[in-house]
Write a protein that binds this ligand. Structure first.
Ligand code: LLP
Length: 413
């Protein structure tokens, strides 16, 4: 684990967090390179010699250092926009290890992805298939495609991050897939490669994944009967992480169950949260303590613009004091930010000893933390630091006030 107490001070690997705060300020995201690498290796090694590609889902955390570290150890990438494509290329990734997901790829995005030679488009509708065919035709190329099907299984996760039900905007109904594959198979500008599904995020049970896999394999067999050969299965991301003490998925057992079902088909997985979620923490300072007869509020310098998930998905993040020896007021605190919204909280009802000026770490915030941050309330986005052993590197500068409006213009008169 990249985060532990040494002499009662929280450390990331061998680096003291209070030193990081002194150098880089607060609030701050801190990542452990060793944890990122180990999390990726856990997926990769579980496949053994079975043909596979672990494509990190860039949306979880798209910092260039994260992408570069993963690219160096051989990761592929799951991208959803031209911005993510250019980021991974800049970070040293090989386009032929990238899959392009997302419901609404523009012509410019498709063109660029074809130019650089991505491994496969995960296509989400007939309309999008037609658009990809048109762009490939204009370029006189063949676009590699995989159809994202919706297997109609309940991922048993938060509704906002559940994507595999019939009502979902993602993919096509699995029962409507064959005519779309036939169209692709008959096109001189499309090459059928794979079959794709992604049923949701933060799944803590393996059974929905395996139910989806069974349905997808039935479709592979039907396609085979009409001579449409699928050469890889992309089973998406979604493996949940421990936020508290909950049970979650045993990654090795999950991958072994996949291998046992797919014979020699190549398997692609697109984990995001499971790679970076527990490899990152968010540091924040207690500015004020504010108690009345009903509530105890700790007003902190971090807010929902820095870390949106508690407000949006009621995510639970463990809160640890940076200095374990703190002596403060013992209460059940709500950690609330400076933003003018009642929903601006990062943790609710936590028994902690707090004093003004204390620093706290919100754990398991590496995924969908910085990447979903914004400038709401004209707050500059925070700095990010990568730790490796006893080394620390600033991997994103704290934004300045000037950064907030340097792309804005006033009217002339
Ligand atoms: N592949 C596709 C096609 C996806 O849509 C996603 C996530 C992933 C892979 C990666 O899923 P993961 O392994 O990270 O669960 N903002 C939300 C999560 C949104 C997930 C969107 N899609 C959150 O903070 O919980």
């Amino acid at each position: 684990m990249g985060f532990s107490y040494q002499n009662h001070i929280l450390h990331t690997e061998s680096v003291n967090i209070t030193d990081l705060i002194e150098i880089y300020g607060s609030p701050l995201y801190v990542y452990s390179r060793t944890d990122i690498e180990n999390n990726w290796y856990e997926f990769d090694q579980a496949f053994g010699t079975h043909p596979h590609l672990v494509c990190y889902a860039v949306k979880a955390n798209s910092n260039l250092a994260v992408l570069n570290i993963l690219s160096k150890i051989g990761s592929g990438f799951d991208i959803v926009s031209i911005g993510e494509l250019e980021r991974v290329l800049f970070a040293g990734a090989d386009a032929s290890r990238c899959v392009f997901s997302g419901v609404a790829k523009t012509k410019a995005e498709i063109k660029r992805a074809l130019e650089v030679g991505i491994f496969c488009f995960n296509v989400e509708s007939m309309a999008e298939m037609n658009r990809i065919e048109q762009v490939a035709k204009d370029m006189d190329m063949q676009a590699p495609i995989s159809l994202r099907v919706n297997p109609n299984v309940d991922a048993k996760t938060h509704p906002y991050i559940s994507t595999g039900l019939k009502e979902s905007k993602f993919g096509v109904d699995i029962d409507d897939a064959i005519p779309i594959y036939q169209m692709a198979h008959n096109s001189p500008y499309l090459t059928v490669k794979g079959l794709d599904c992604h049923i949701g995020s933060q799944l803590i049970e393996v059974s929905p994944f395996l139910d989806a896999l069974d349905k997808v394999l039935e479709l592979v067999a039907k396609l085979d009967k009409i001579s449409i050969r699928i050469t890889h299965l992309d089973l998406g991301g979604g493996v949940g992480i421990k936020y508290d003490n909950e049970q979650t998925i045993d990654i090795n057992a999950y991958i072994v169950s996949i291998i046992n079902k797919v014979s020699d088909l190549k398997v692609i997985l697109e984990p995001g949260r499971a790679i970076i979620g527990n490899a990152g923490i968010f540091i924040t300072k207690v500015e004020f303590l504010k108690q009345n007869s009903y509530k105890s509020f700790a007003v902190i310098d971090g807010a929902m613009n820095d870390l949106l998930s508690p407000a949006l998905y009621q995510t639970y993040h463990q809160v640890l004091p940076v200095n374990e020896n703190t002596k403060g007021v013992d209460a059940n605190w709500d950690l609330v930010g400076p933003i003018c919204e009642t929903g601006d909280f990062l943790a609710i009802n936590r028994k902690l000893l707090l004093s003004e000026g204390d620093y706290l770490a919100l754990m398991s915030t590496g995924a969908y933390g910085f990447s979903m941050s914004s400038n709401y309330n004209s707050r500059p986005r925070v700095a990010e630091v990568m730790v490796s052993g006893n080394q620390h590197t600033l991997v994103r500068e704290r934004e300045t006030i000037q950064d907030l409006f340097n792309k804005e213009y006033m009217v002339d008169d």
